[in-house]
Design a protein around this ligand. Sequence first.
Ligand code: MG
Length: 159
Amino acid sequence: MRIGIGYDIHPLVTGRLLVIGGVTIPFDRGLAGHSDADVLSHAIADAILGALGQGDLGHHFPDTDPRYRGISSLRILEHIAALAERAGEELVNIDTVVIAEAPRLSPHLAAMRTALAKVLGLADDRINVKAKTHEGVGALGRGEGIAAQAICLIQRRSR
Ligand code: MG
């Protein structure tokens, strides 16, 4: 078995949709970025790549590449899951934390889990999404951005 960690942060700005874990969440601001800036999907992608020993998301999906402008990060996760499959590895489980002062994410966690599990080809109970505020501390606490952490365990596929 091998394990990988992922972390991501994006600034909150006006005029963008807020997409977290593949779910569009009603809010007056969204995350800025080259893709849909889905901070949770990006953290998960980096955790999987870390477990595979295959670098990071920026290496596989450079933000200088116009093909990835506005891309749904669920497509990125599909691609990363296919990399794992090709490497003969299966995803065992993924745990995550989203750190957002606002909006309240708890009503959306189940939908995020379902969307992520589907795109990664996992049973829902193999992926967990938790949300925390930053207790008003620092830039995240002032709501200047949203961050996410993920950890992923993989194992060699038995045949
Ligand atoms: Mg990102």
